[in-house]
Design a protein. Sequence first.
Length: 301
Amino acid sequence: MADEIVRQYVDSASTTGNVTMNVWRGDAGGGSFVEYELEAKEGEVVLDVIHRMQATQAPDLACRWNCKAGKCGSCSAEINGKPALMCMTRMETLPAGEPITVAPLKAFPIIRDLVTDVSYNYEVAKRIPSFNPRPKTTDELKAGGYRMAQIDVERSQEFRKCIECFLCQDVCHVIRDHEENKTTFAGPRFFARSAELEMHPLDVTDRRAILREEQGLGMCNITKCCTEVCPEHIKITDNAIIPLKERVVDASYDPVAWLGRKILRRTKASVAEARATSPVNGPPAVQPDAAVRGIPTAVGG
Ligand code: SF4
Ligand code: SF4
Ligand code: FES
């Protein structure tokens, strides 16, 4: 099986030929797909072909990129209708002999060509109460640092792999198909961020009420589309969203948990206290200036 995969890769990689690329061109006022025919070489990724396009046929084509290594999160686009990083999508993984479509992220307002305004995400990020560690114990003060179990470190570390490409935000139907939900829904990237903080063994802020009342955790219906497109393979739904939903339900509706909190000493900060620790205390609404306009469905998408 492995030999077969290697043989297929070598066969396709050794083929240097022309490809047809349908790239969305336009701005906030509208646009359309433009067809380009150009060379694709062995081992190239979609971003290589886009760069050749800029060098030879479309010098004014706008696209974002920085690292070309799947780490900066800036080259996000929709390739053949699927949200993906252009620098991590190998040409030979796309159907041979068929036109390839490259479109901007549909969930965010267009700036120009493949560049979208993702500032909605930064506004959501500002509203999440930041890391708030408990004071060190006497032992920890002597040792000069916190003590944490390795399993706890690993649990929140999975979410630290996020490169903020916002592919998960783009694919999520709650905002992709309903612009109006951006005022009340944080989105999968930020559920992962909240999970990272909630599950951190040192953090003492309780974000559950914010998740339920302002970040729309209940609007997620666990379709797992966000997990499928994550280039860092973060199990957003299983490891972040579902555990957060369980915590929110426990906090809001479980009478035993309610009684336990009344009897036992509370160790987490209240919502009001959490707000006080948030770097931004503005209104919860998050609304970009313009809606996404004029992007037709990708060919074959
Ligand atoms: S699982 Fe939830 S957050 Fe992820 S894409 Fe589906 S609805 Fe959106
Ligand atoms: S969770 Fe994954 S898909 Fe979402 S922004 Fe982070 S790296 Fe990208
Ligand atoms: S260019 Fe950095 S992730 Fe693609």
